[in-house]
Design a protein around this ligand. Structure first.
Ligand code: PEP
Ligand code: MN
Length: 339
């Protein structure tokens, strides 16, 4: 890692000597460059040492500028080629699309079996369903817990689909790991750093959803937490951010897709269900996501939305999902991608 320390225009020779000494004390290499008006010091060395130091607090220092982006593992600089994440036999990224579908929550074996049959026939390749639900109200359905995980795993196996499910707490990681093919970190937990570190310790793919108030940079920094623990299988998910617009549940930031692609090699998928909260808008936004270069689409589907225990109002009916998937397959063709 490199940094540039810009000195104040009136910094004294004593101050400069002191800064050089401090940098050497840290075992780092300073390179002094004196200009007519400005003096700068380049520093090369162990980035952990650099980041831990409040260098800007040293007298005479005006600004400390990192040369590399702060996400060195998630960034493209050190890893120019697109990453491909594998969930079961499904490849995500590098031209392969993840079509993740299923109910918001696992409700019962019978309901999940029916939904799974429909979405699989429509072309979905990963089954979703929450067993631990992050609900706004503590009185709302919280999920079936381990029983839900078991139903999800068995249903996925029966229909030949790997499964993804949310983990909300570091203490749940070993349990969820036993049943799921992919961890989902929900929007509300995108900056639960202990949880990120915990799934970083596991060698299983992670679907990391963007927080509703998180910037793209925040999202990439959260991915960095997982990567820096050694788990390189991270897929990002844009699911809408909070805005003043109140006719949709959130505001889908589709620009996050090409924006992430410029900065990072990680795959990114889009969840138009939580982004819009509206079945009448989901298909158009799903198509737009594929056109924008997303590596997949994540959609909530329910066979009887009026009876769903969570997020019923935003669920697509199985037939609507089938129609959407026909469009998405054609679009994938145009984009030179495969489902
Ligand atoms: C979900 O996928 O059911 C969910 C709760 O999503 P988010 O974390 O994006 O709100
Ligand atoms: Mn949901």
């Amino acid at each position: 890692m490199k940094m540039i320390i810009v000195l104040k225009p009136n910094s004294t020779t004593e101050e400069i000597d002191h800064i050089l000494e401090r940098i050497q004390e840290l075992g780092l290499k300073p390179h002094l460059s004196r200009g007519e008006r400005r003096t700068i010091i380049g520093v090369i060395g162990d980035e952990n040492k650099l980041q831990a130091q409040p260098l800007q607090a040293i007298p005479g220092v005006e600004q400390v500028l990192p040369i590399l982006k702060p996400f060195k593992l998630a960034g493209r600089e050190m890893h120019p080629a697109d990453s491909v994440v594998t969930v079961g036999k499904v490849r995500i990224g590098g031209g392969s699309l993840a079509m993740i579908a299923g109910p918001c929550a696992v409700e019962s074996a019978a309901v999940l079996d029916e939904i799974a049959g429909h979405v699989k026939a429509a072309g979905a390749n990963i089954l979703r369903g929450g067993a631990f639900k992050p609900r706004t109200s503590p009185y709302s359905f919280q999920g079936l817990g381990e029983e839900g995980l078991r139903i999800l795993r068995d249903t996925g196996a029966r229909h030949g689909m790997p499964v993804v499910t949310e983990v909300m707490d570091p203490r749940q990681v070993p349990l969820v790991e036993r049943y799921a093919d992919m961890f989902q970190i929900g929007a509300r937990n995108m900056q639960n750093f202990d949880l990120l570190k915990e799934v970083g310790q596991v060698r299983k793919p992670v679907l990391l959803k963007r927080g509703m108030s998180a910037t793209v940079k925040d999202l990439l920094m959260s991915a960095e937490y997982i990567l820096s623990e050694g788990n390189l299988q991270v897929v990002l998910c844009e699911r809408g951010v909070r805005s003043f617009e109140d006719s949709t549940r959130n505001m889908l930031d589709l620009s996050a897709v090409p924006n992430v692609k410029v900065q990072s090699h990680l795959p990114i998928i889009v969840d138009p269900s939580h982004a819009t909260g509206r079945p009448d808008l989901i298909p158009a936004m799903a198509r737009a996501a594929v056109a924008a270069g997303a590596d997949g689409v994540h959609v909530e589907v329910h066979n009887c939305p009026e009876k769903a225990l969570s997020d019923g109002p935003q669920a697509l009916l199985p037939d609507q999902y089938t129609a959407l998937m026909q469009d998405l397959r054609r679009l994938a063709d145009v984009m030179g991608k495969s489902v």
